[in-house]
Design a binder for this molecule. Structure first.
Ligand SMILES: [Zn+2]
Length: 452
């Protein structure tokens, strides 16, 4: 047993050692010409951005359960076929259908004013007559606990300071439960975005306790702050909230898949993808039309250049990331017996590519991939392989089959969450040249990984 453990430890040590510099140099020399060719091809025109803009403009918001989404998926499949990818297909996925319906939020006291709002995915609606109640503003869960006796019968408003998305989103996802437990009749949360511009930002929420559900919606940063100021002054705002939100039976949708097949009989698969669905307020250009188009066009680019690979590249446009991850889960189930070498997702916005992230805390893969860095520097000197995470959609398969998962990290200097899940996530926010750099970064990474 001890000997086996020692051998295992030795193996791990050898495998996780940074690549020897001679090996790294040899790897670089072997692939530099192809890498430069891939980058030049990615940067040569704005055709990929034109496809991205066409999809966002023509099909609009692609929310799960809508005709828009299904039309966009049909277009993706047709376009992949026109692009000459192999084995283009739609793989069935059953998706949840949450419908927003009509909704509004009106302040009635101390003055009448429309408050921009968005119901949060999975929330229940209000009764037909709406909910009219006094507001109680809290700055976080601790503040709510400290004022537990003051919220019964009221609409709780979380006017939380935005520190990070990870911190703010806790209130969007989990805000309804504690408010309901203390007797609140509805809860509103400041949108999970660093800036306001009076835009509400949508997203999913969850109920822990199915017996005490209250409607849960997001309001703008400006209105949350205003309600907070009023309460501090001793004013008691009164709000009417109306939501028709409802959950309908699941519907049939699909993951759209296209490949660049290898003729290697011992073929393993490299998956690249993004998610095809978006929230319904904007056209989801950054989140995640950009991830879909960038990954699929990266596969097309390598195929068009005629570069032969020992592994199959598979572009997967995962459906329903936003309110169910059903596409990622269905992929894991449908492909559990196929040998996968790696999965890579782009779902962080089309900003300048800044890092190739290795998820699953996979130190040995991270060490191995340092050999990519000199070649990634052909795109940008700061582009390196670093620890991080892969993506939501590739999570189920990569965890289930223990497959290395990678993510494209981009540096939007925080701007991603200005637009995220909001009405302003439109294609004009994406620079065609920067989008091409994202495609180049993905194409180079999958090309190199296929050649490891
Ligand atoms: Zn996304």
């Amino acid at each position: 047993m001890i000997i086996r453990l020692t051998i295992f430890a030795l193996f791990l040590t050898l495998f996780s050692m940074p690549a020897h510099s001679d090996d790294a140099e040899e790897f670089k020399q072997k692939h530099i010409d192809n890498v430069r060719m891939i980058i030049a091809s990615a940067m040569k025109d704005s055709s990929a951005w034109e496809s991205l803009a066409y999809m966002c403009d023509t099909y609009g918001p692609r929310f799960s359960g809508t005709k828009n989404l299904e039309n966009a998926l049909a277009w993706m499949k047709r376009s992949m076929e026109e692009d000459g990818l192999d084995n283009v297909r739609a793989e069935d996925v059953m998706i949840p259908v949450w419908v927003r319906g009509n909704e509004y939020c009106t302040m009635l006291e101390p003055s009448v004013a429309k408050l921009e709002m968005t119901g949060l995915g999975r929330s229940i609606g209000t009764p037909k007559e709406g909910i009219t109640a006094e507001v109680f503003v809290v700055t976080g869960f601790d503040d709510l606990d400290a004022n537990a006796d003051k919220v019964k019968g009221k609409i709780v408003v979380y006017d939380i300071p935005y520190i990070s998305y990870g911190q703010a989103v806790q209130y969007r996802v989990h805000g309804a439960d504690p408010a309901a437990e203390y007797g609140a009749v509805a809860s509103l949360v400041r949108s999970s975005s660093p800036i306001g511009m009076n835009n509400p930002h949508s997203g999913s929420m969850r109920y822990k306790n199915p017996d005490v559900k209250i409607p849960h919606a997001a309001i703008t940063a400006e209105d949350a702050a205003m309600l907070g100021r009023m309460q501090k002054r001793g004013q008691t705002p009164v709000i009417k909230l109306y939501m028709e939100a409802d959950t309908l039976p699941d519907a049939l949708s699909a993951n759209i898949v296209g490949e660049y097949k290898t003729d290697n009989p011992n073929d393993t698969i490299i998956v690249v993808g993004g998610h095809s669905d978006s929230w319904d307020l904007g056209t989801g250009a950054h989140d995640d039309a950009s991830g879909c188009l960038a990954t699929w066009k990266a596969v097309k680019l390598i195929k068009d250049l005629g570069i032969k690979l020992p592994r199959t590249l598979r572009a997967v446009m995962f459906v329903n990331e936003e309110n169910g991850v059903r596409g990622g889960k269905a992929y894991a189930e449908a492909h559990k017996d196929e040998p996968h070498a790696m999965m890579l997702e782009m779902d962080g916005g089309a900003f300048p590519p800044s890092r190739i992230m290795v998820g699953n805390k996979n130190d040995s893969v991270l060490a191995m991939l340092q050999i990519f860095n000199p070649l990634l520097h052909e795109i940008d000197d700061s582009l390196n392989v670093v620890p991080g995470w892969g993506g939501v959609d590739i999570g189920p398969m990569s965890r289930q089959n223990n497959i290395p998962c990678l993510g494209l990290g981009t540096n939007g200097e925080g701007k991603y969450f200005w637009y995220h899940h909001g009405p302003s996530d439109t294609v004009d926010k994406i620079d065609p040249k920067v989008f091409n750099q994202c495609i180049a970064a993905i194409a180079v990474t999958i090309y190199l990984y296929a050649n490891l």
